[in-house]
Design a protein around this ligand. Structure first.
Ligand SMILES: [Zn+2]
Length: 199
């Protein structure tokens, strides 16, 4: 019973565009553990600004710990022998060191479960996702629905003032309100990146 849900040394990943249900899948993955006595899990999310370091949020049933995206190695300080599963949300925002953190957790025989955007608005690998998806022993690629045509959406479209954002605009805008910016899931046909070079 226990081994179905807790698999020491196994890395599991959920990837996909925005609105593809990554967070829901992550929570669903650990939901059965609530009913298994003695199972322990701990969750991390990147904190994209520095207002409060390591603030915790108890939303849902996971106690999320926010760690600076520039210091993913701090995750290791929170994970103890009592934890069986380590959840990492929005893993694409962490810097390069996140790969070594995940591998160290694996060496400590933790069951790592992460969720992240596989591609940025340009349709290119987001952060370390390419490497993390390779390191995942089990990977679930999710999709959303394209609001233009209703087909499956595998990409994330950035819109600035209602128009597709240019390739050279920054990957992460500090202020989400810049240029009336918003994001939508899109199919390949409706994913548009002006200025993208075709190789
Ligand atoms: Zn479409």
């Amino acid at each position: 019973m226990r081994s179905l849900f807790i698999r020491p040394g196994v890395i599991e990943g959920f990837s996909g565009p925005m609105a593809s249900g990554k967070s829901e899948y992550l929570l669903k993955r650990v939901d059965p553990l609530r009913w298994i006595s003695g199972a322990r899990y701990i969750g991390f999310k990147p904190k994209l600004d520095s207002r409060e370091e390591h603030c915790r949020s108890g939303r849902n049933f996971v106690e999320w710990i926010y760690v600076s995206e520039k210091e993913p190695e701090k995750i290791l300080e929170y994970v103890g022998v009592e934890h069986d599963i380590v959840l990492i949300e929005e893993i694409q925002f962490f810097n390069k060191a996140i790969v070594e953190v995940v591998l160290e957790l694996q060496r400590r025989m933790k069951n790592v479960v992460f969720a992240g955007l596989d591609s940025d608005f340009r349709g290119e690998p987001f952060g370390e996702m390419k490497e993390l998806m390779f390191r995942a022993n089990e990977l679930t690629k999710l999709y959303a629905i394209c609001p233009v045509c209703g087909d499956k959406a595998y990409y994330t479209q950035r819109l600035a003032n209602g128009e597709p954002a240019h390739y050279d605009s920054p990957i992460i805008s500090v202020d989400g309100s810049v240029d009336n910016e918003r994001y939508e899931p899109r199919c390949f046909r409706h994913h548009s990146v002006p200025g993208k070079r075709v190789v």
